[in-house]
Design a protein around this ligand. Sequence first.
Ligand SMILES: Nc1ccn([C@H]2C[C@H](O)[C@@H](COP(=O)(O)OP(=O)(O)OP(=O)(O)O)O2)c(=O)n1
Ligand SMILES: [Mn+2]
Length: 440
Amino acid sequence: MLIILKLEWIEDCLKEGKILPCNLYLMEGMPLLPEDFVGGAASVNVGSKECGQEVDYSVKESTVLNINTNPGHVDPVPRDLEKDQIDASEGEPCFEFGSVCESSVMGRHISGIIPCMNKHLTDILREMWEIYESVLGDDWRALTFRKAAIQLEKLPYKILSMEDIKHISGIGKSMVANIKEILCTGKLQKLECLKADAKVSTLRHLASVWGIGPKLALKLYQEGHRSVSDLVKASGLSQMAHIGLKYYDDLTLRIPRDEVTAAEKYVQNEGETLCPGICISVAGSYRRGNLTCGDIDFLITHPDGHSHQGFLAKLVERLQSTGFITEGLHGTYQASKKVDTYMGVGRVPGYQHYRRIDIKVYSKEAYAFALVYFTGNDVLNRKMRYAAQRQGFKLNDQGLYLRYGGKKGLSCTESIPCENERELFRKIGLSFLEPCDRNL
Ligand SMILES: Nc1ccn([C@H]2C[C@H](O)[C@@H](COP(=O)(O)OP(=O)(O)OP(=O)(O)O)O2)c(=O)n1
Ligand SMILES: [Mn+2]
């Protein structure tokens, strides 16, 4: 049985110095526990940096007890897991696929991984999502599989029958049918058909190169290319795609979290030598606490408000000279855009593989917007833009702008200031989400 408690339970336990009975702290809808019941609790704590200051993300508004009353089976959670309502998701524990969680109860600190309980379903749903997104270019269908996969990955219990998903809202009829089919047969016929289709599997193979999207993959297919090794002969590939081909084997691998930590430390050190006080951290899936990352998303600013200017070129030169960066493209810098960008490939000293690296430098004023945007995920970004729009704003990675003349009208060129992420969430009328709760 899964019991969700209010955060005050942990606070009071800490104050009292002992584990307190839970009944007074039950979240709405939770059944009463036996009088003498006390239990263990899990909370999440993913550290990160917000422009120089260490931010503690351990504060949660609820905590979850997993009480195994029936070995081998755990009751479904009677709560709404619909993610469209961002507010409803606040305080949920971080049970997403492969994320780093730390439990802290009564001063004991245990770091560990809470694995996905539903890989038997989510591996198939993820594969469908990948095929629809990167091969067939069907973003809408990709999104429905993606939403379902991410929702099921967060469940702290294993789905064994349709009874176990009855309480989960936001999963439509056809997705329910897909889940039922996987539970009954261990497979999804639609996926089997797609995988058996020679054209789909070739397009999937071509689109696995960094820099080749579904449209280009189709064009290359129509030109007669059938394998990645064929593409060396292809004409009209972008510089990015050439880099993608050169490092193909390495770039298709996920990056373990510890390697990203090492990369962050390395670049921080080099950056600090070049420009004292510079603030360098890694955002993206790493900051959301995921165990593996697709690339390394560096985000940089300087708290003095001016030393960030021209810093990227110096940093890239330095990282090239030390052998960290091996390849890449420097975007064209426009002062009005408040951002300077570099995309490339590099290798962390002491590690074997080449990795995709993005570096973005923002002004101090734009940093909170950039941090939220590049922490993602993209579904949250879409929700935030929509929330901003409802309040009469336009939101992007560089600022929050007042609109006049309605939705499609002009917007101010000056951003409304936001010192930090919390302020941005508040200004667009959303409750703050910890980075580890942003895998929507
Ligand atoms: N089309 C996009 C691309 C990116 N982003 C934002 C949200 C992402 O979380 C962040 C970083 O982009 P990545 O592509 O690096 O994605 P992640 O870091 O989230 O995942 P991965 O581990 O695959 O790199 O930028 C977005 O909103 N829309
Ligand atoms: Mn990333």
